[in-house]
Write a protein that binds this ligand. Structure first.
Ligand code: SAM
Length: 190
């Protein structure tokens, strides 16, 4: 993982907090590409450095690469044949997000002080071993919802408000409008 809160190009400067990576375990190629792509897009937009996808899915990696080419930053999706290896290589707390865990908000102050955090989300079925491998099993509320929502809320809590500004190297950026759409290309955006 990265070098701490000075952060990557994907994290825009006003935000502080740990460098965060997201591991999505239990992706089902052929069934889950849309959901896993949404996990990746939320991770990118809300300030994570990358998504590690288990098992790998080159289609999701390609889709997210195309988004990053247009909208900037260095966020990437990398495939992992073994989720255990990713968890064991983590250089900071491993936070498994699960409805069965302890309240996430209680752990936010200590997680914000870490230099690196690995957020782990599951899918339809979570390997039982993950509960033992994680540093913390934490719940965003105690109701079942979604890996996309869990990642969004956790990143918002760890990294603060999501700034409305383009990522470094963006070819496109949005001009906020009360109505309609305004997207400008890089040359015009400066
Ligand atoms: N029974 C699962 C669980 O352990 O949370 C719910 C499965 S849900 C379809 C898929 C993923 O969404 C879970 O593996 C978990 O990462 C995330 N998730 C769902 N509800 C959550 C909650 N209340 N708090 C944290 N994560 C949640």
């Amino acid at each position: 993982m990265g070098t701490g809160s000075s952060g990557s190009a994907a994290r825009r400067s006003p935000r502080t907090g740990p460098t965060v990576e997201v591991l999505r375990v239990g992706h089902r190629p052929g069934r889950d590409p849309r959901l896993s792509t949404h996990v990746a897009l939320v991770a990118r937009a809300f300030g994570a450095r990358r998504l590690v996808l288990h098992p790998p899915d080159p289609g999701v990696e390609r889709t997210v690469r195309q988004v990053a080419e247009r909208w900037g930053g260095r966020f990437e999706v990398v495939g992992a044949p073994s989720w255990t290896a990713v968890v064991r290589a983590a250089r900071g707390p491993v936070v498994h997000l699960t409805m069965y865990g302890l309240p996430f908000e209680r752990y936010v102050p200590r997680l914000r002080r870490a230099s690196e955090v690995l957020l782990v989300v599951g899918g339809a079925k979570v390997p039982a071993r993950l509960y033992g491998e994680a540093t913390y099993n934490l719940a965003v509320g105690d109701q079942p919802h979604s890996e996309v929502a869990a990642v969004a809320v956790a990143l918002r809590e760890l990294l603060g408000p999501v700034p409305a500004s383009a990522f470094d190297g963006a070819r496109l950026r949005i001009r906020p409008r009360a109505r309609g759409k305004s997207v400008v290309a890089r040359e015009e955006a400066r």
